[in-house]
Write a protein of this length. Structure first.
Length: 176
C-alpha cells in the first residue's frame, strides 16, 4: 500500500533548487510528500559541516518524525527543482487514526527509515573510505553519474576529494 492516500486533498508547492522548505526549530504545522525532484533534510555540525539526513525522492514523506514533534529538527532544502504535496499535520494524523491499513503502512515506512538510518550509521563508523564504499555498494547501491558523486561522499560522510581518490585507486586497480 502507498502513502499517497494520506495526501488526498493536499496542495502542490513548487520549489526551485536551493529553496528552503522549512528551517530547524520552525513549528511543525504541515506534512510533506515529495512529488517530483529531491529534497534534502540537512543539519549543520558545530564545525560547519553539512550532514544530509534524508534524501527524499518522489513518493517519500519528508521528515517523517515531525508528525510527532512540535518543531523541525533540521532544514529541508530542495536539491533539485521539486514539487511537494503539503497537508496540515492535524489532517495527516487524523487520516492515520481513521484508517488502520494506512496506519500499518505508515508504521512500516517508519521502521524502514530506522533500518536505513542504522545502516548509514554503521557505514559511517567504518574507518576507511574504501570500507565505507564497499559496504554502500554491497547494499545494492550503484555509483551515480560522475557529476553526482558528491552525493555519495555525503552519504558516506567523507570528503569529495577522499571519495575521488578512492575511485581513482579502484580504476587503476591499486590498493592502499
Amino acid at each position: 500500500m502507498s502513502l499517497e492516500p494520506l495526501f488526498t486533498g493536499s496542495r502542490s508547492v513548487y520549489l526551485a533548487a536551493g529553496k528552503v522548505l522549512f528551517r530547524s526549530a520552525a513549528p511543525v504545522s504541515e506534512m510533506f510528500m515529495v512529488n517530483a525532484g529531491q529534497i534534502h533534510l540537512c543539519r549543520h555540525t558545530v564545525h560547519g559541516t553539512k550532514m544530509v539526513l534524508q534524501r527524499a525522492t518522489p513518493g517519500m514523506v519528508l521528515a517523517e518524525a515531525s508528525a510527532y514533534s512540535d518543531s523541525y529538527h533540521c532544514d529541508a532544502i530542495a536539491a533539485t527543482d521539486s514539487i511537494v504535496q503539503t497537508l496540515p499535520k492535524s489532517v495527516f494524523l487524523s487520516a492515520l487514526a481513521a484508517d488502520p491499513d494506512l496506519a500499518a503502512t505508515w508504521a512500516a515506512t517508519l521502521a524502514r527509515g530506522v533500518q536505513a538510518a542504522r545502516f548509514r550509521s554503521e557505514i559511517r563508523s567504518l574507518p576507511k573510505v574504501a570500507d565505507r564504499l564497499d559496504a554502500w555498494l554491497g547494499a545494492g547501491n550503484d555509483l551515480p553519474q560522475k557529476g553526482r558523486w558528491q552525493d555519495v561522499a555525503h552519504e558516506l560522510s567523507v570528503t569529495r576529494e577522499a571519495l575521488y581518490r578512492e575511485l581513482a585507486r579502484r580504476r587503476k586497480g591499486t590498493k592502499e
